[in-house]
Every structure is written in C-alpha cells, then in structure tokens.
Write a protein that binds this ligand. Structure first.
Ligand code: 4AD
Ligand code: MG
Length: 468
C-alpha cells in the first residue's frame, strides 16, 4: 500500500481548511464525468454522506482510472477544496489514486440502481455497503453504546450470563440443543431415551433463551445488574418480528417492585430514543426520507408522553368491546387468551395512541418465576407495548417466596433438577426483586422504522436461513 494513513469522510466533511492535503480511503459509490473531468462519490462507512472526489483528467491516464467503478476500493491523495457543486460543501481535488480492490461491473451485484430489501437480504454479506444498511448498522452501534451508558451511569453492573445452559428459563421448550454426540450413532438407554451422560457436559444442554435466571443470581448479590447478549429461540415463527438469534438486554434489580420496574423500563426506552435523536440524526433523516417519513415524529412522540399503564384484564375488556363494535381481529379475544401482536397494536395505535404497559396477566400464559398475586389467578407481569411493534419488553416482579416458587415450577413442569440452584436463592437471603427483557432488534425496528426484523441485524438467523 503506497498511500499511508487516512482521515475519515465524516471528518473531512466537517473541515474548512481548504488547501490542506488529505488522504481518504473507501469504496466507490458512483463515478461519472467526461473527457476533462471525473467525479467519484466515495463512501467509507463513517457517515451516510459520500465525499466527492474530483479527477482532473489531464493528471491521470484513462487506463489507470478504468478500474474506478462502483464498488471498487480506492485510496485518494488530494487537496481539500470548497465545492462549487450543489449538495456538498467540501470536495477533494485528487492528485493520486490507488486501487486496492476492483469490482467488475459485470458481476458486482450492487450497481447504483435501487434494490429491494428482500433482494438485499439474499446478499446480506454485501448489504452493509448500501446507504440503508450503513445507516441501520451505525444506529445499531449507537444504541448498544446508549444501553451500556444508561445502566453504567445508574450503577448497574454488566453481568455476563452463560449462552450454554441446562435449564429452560421461559419453560417454552424452544431451545436449540448443544451436543457433541455422534448423531449417526446415538446411544440410547433401555427405556429408549438418549444417554446424555456421554455428551460433552454430561447432561443435555442447549443455547439459552434468556439470561434472566442467572441474572437474578447477580442481582441478589450485586444489587442491580444487566445482561446484554445473544439469545436463541427455536420457535418456528416466520414473522417480521421474530428472529431465531436475537440480542436481549435484561436488567434485574433487588428491592424493586413492579412499579419500580415499570418506571425503569419507561425511563430506559426514552433514554435510548433520545440518544438516537441526539446522536444519529443524519442516519435517521436518511431513513425518514427513504422509507418512513413519520419516523422522527414518531420517535419524538414517545418522549413526551407518560406510557399508559393498565391491567391485562382492563386491556382485554377494551379488546372485547372493540370486537363487539365490529373491529375485526384475526385471533380470538377473551380473558385467559394470550395477546397477539394485532391486539397489542390495537391498544397502542388505535385505542390509546401511546405506548402501553400491560400488567397482571393470567398466570397460565406467563412463566413460572413471576410473583403471584393474591387473587390466585394473575401474576405481577408487565409487557411494554409499542406502536408498529407490539411487545417490545417483557418482564415481571419475581416470586421471592421459596414454597410458592417451587410449587409453581412443579405445576408448570419445570424440572427441579434443572433449577435447584435458582430455587436455593429463595432459601438463603431471598429479596423482593424485579427485572425485564428488552429485545434489542425490536427496539431497533422502532428506532430505524424498518419494517422487518431481518433488516436490523447484520446476519439474520430465521427458520431455514443461516447463510453467511
Ligand atoms: O417476553 P420474553 O420471552 O421474556 C423473557 O425472556 C424474560 N426472561 C425477560 C426478563 O424478564 N428478563 O422476551 C423478552 C423480549 C420480548 O419482549 C421481545 O422484545 C424480545 O425479547 N423477543 C424477541 N425478539 C426477537 N425475536 C424473538 N424470537 C424474540 N422473542 C422475544
Ligand atoms: Mg414476552
């Protein structure tokens, strides 16, 4: 590599030291021009904007510039100049061009014409080079930073929970198995079941569906913790809101009741949205212009409203009334039923026109670890429901009573041999505590305005798709 060093496009575009010698490196988005002058739009991923490189054709020979085509990677040494063209204030008058990687126009799939998001998914290994995905992934990074900053500043500890586990936190049986057993030669016991004593961990193990149970162990010692890591669910739901591998943020707090839990969830989401507005303006404006012109307005609208809080029972009443008044739901409504995304969105988008926190769900449709209410029917659960998304957060106050927790686990067929260590926390120094899980990609759907969850994670994992 001949030209050493570089500044980034984002930095160059902020400069006004015209006449300064600079070096930029990046990928060619477009090239146009004539016999006398050429223009290259260069992008290096540092911001949504390209920088314009001006080629005085008298300084270069045609052969040398031939490989400077869409997609090629180049280095440019030149002079920072004030741009006379519209649309930019700074450009680079090139003295020297270096070519690192060519991109044959006959084979490179990302020529300048617009592509559908669906097509781009099929070339997910290249799509970060598009404007759209550049913006989405810069926002994704910024939101991850916001999350750590929020919790760190509140005195929460980032607590790392295992990805390989022998317990099913949500009890929904949607786990991917982890094994080194030879699947072509499986040893079975006399009763026909698989003998896991010969497996790597000496027992049946899976990828985690949630770090919560271990997170609770952290909270009951460190006070306030959060996890932020990959989570795996083998649910066969091909929807725009489900991934088989997603990232979840799970705070867990000693001495929080459900009210404190809701307050934290609301403050947390608002902080993240505000962060995006303050730190991702250029990318948000791009997405707003290209996909969803209500995006920025929608982000601003959740900041100044207090989220509506109501019980599942009251929420269900509203849905039943809507149905009676003629609203068509695809799925049935009625006390005891789980809410589908259409029901959640009805409450948020049509009835309240505001994010909603729904609490006190029937115990049958929630997990064994949730604190039981005195009515014997409901648990102290809370789901935060958002416009366009439906459920963005699920959480609860936890059952802190050893006997009640043990009994509920048994009723819900969670094997004691898998969670004895979790139950033990309620035998020694149990404390009231609460927590929740925010799906990172669901938050990103909201913040970016993208419609499909596959478009907010670099390499989506969904049923029948593990390419790249
Ligand atoms: O409601 P869920 O299943 O709750 C838990 O896992 C609890 N252990 C959380 C806790 O209390 N610590 O999942 C929490 C959130 C959902 O609200 C949703 O945002 C997201 O995780 N989520 C998914 N996101 C993408 N794809 C999937 N398949 C998801 N399943 C859940
Ligand atoms: Mg949930």
């Amino acid at each position: 590599m001949g030209i050493k060093g570089r500044i980034k496009v984002a930095e160059a575009l902020k400069k006004n030291s015209f006449g300064e010698k600079v070096i930029l490196k990046g990928w060619v988005r477009t090239r146009r021009g004539n016999k006398n002058v050429g223009f290259v739009a260069l992008n290096d991923g540092s911001c949504a904007s390209n920088i314009q490189i001006v080629l005085d054709m008298a300084k270069f020979n045609d052969e040398e510039l031939k490989p400077v085509t869409t997609g090629a990677c180049i280095g440019v040494e030149g002079t920072l100049a004030q741009s006379m063209g519209s649309g930019q204030s700074v450009e680079i008058q090139a003295d020297k061009i270096e070519i690192y990687g060519t991109a044959d126009p006959n084979t490179y799939p990302l020529q300048k014409k617009g592509h559908t998001l669906e097509f781009l998914r099929s070339i997910a290994y290249l799509r970060p080079r598009t404007n759209t995905f550049g913006s989405v992934f810069r926002i994704r990074h910024n939101m991850a930073i916001a999350i750590h900053k929020f919790f760190h500043e509140k005195g929460f500890y980032y607590f790392h929970t295992p990805l390989i586990t022998a317990s099913d936190c949500e009890g929904a049986g949607q786990m991917f198995q982890v094994t080194t057993l030879n699947l072509y030669d499986l040893k079975k016991n006399e009763n026909g079941s698989i003998d896991y004593s010969h497996d790597f961990f000496g027992k049946q193990t899976s990828l985690t569906v949630s770090g919560q149970l271990e997170g609770e162990l952290g909270a009951l010692a460190l006070g306030e913790i959060y996890t932020f890591g990959p989570t795996f669910r083998a649910e066969n739901s091909n929807t725009p809101r489900h991934l088989s591998e997603f990232w979840m943020i799970e705070p867990e707090m000693a001495f929080y009741d459900i009210e404190d839990n809701m307050d934290l969830a609301e403050e947390f989401i608002k902080y993240c949205v505000q962060w995006a507005l303050d730190n991702c303006r250029e990318d948000l404006e791009f997405l707003c212009k290209m996909y969803d012109n209500e995006l920025i307005g929608r982000l601003e609208s959740v900041l100044d409203k207090k989220f509506i809080r109501l019980t599942y029972t009251d929420g269900m009443k509203i849905l039943e009334e809507a149905k009676a008044a003629g609203h068509k739901f695809e799925f049935p409504v009625g006390w005891g039923m789980d809410l589908q995304s259409e029901h959640e969105r009805y409450l948020v988008e049509e009835h309240f026109k505001c994010p909603v926190i729904l609490t006190d769900y029937p115990k049958e449709i929630k997990s064994f670890y949730m604190k039981q209410n005195d009515d014997g029917k409901t648990v102290r659960a809370m789901d935060v429901l958002f416009p366009k998304i439906g459920e963005i957060i699920g959480g609860s106050e936890r059952e802190a009573d050893y006997e009640k927790l043990k009994q509920r686990a048994a009723e819900m067929h969670v094997p004691e041999k898998d969670i004895w260590w979790y139950l033990d926390t309620r035998r020694w120094g149990s404390a009231p505590h609460s927590g929740f899980g925010l799906g990172f990609e669901r938050l990103l759907l909201f913040v970016t305005g993208m419609a499909n969850i596959r478009d907010v994670i670099p390499f989506p994992r969904t049923p029948n798709n593990a390419e790249f």
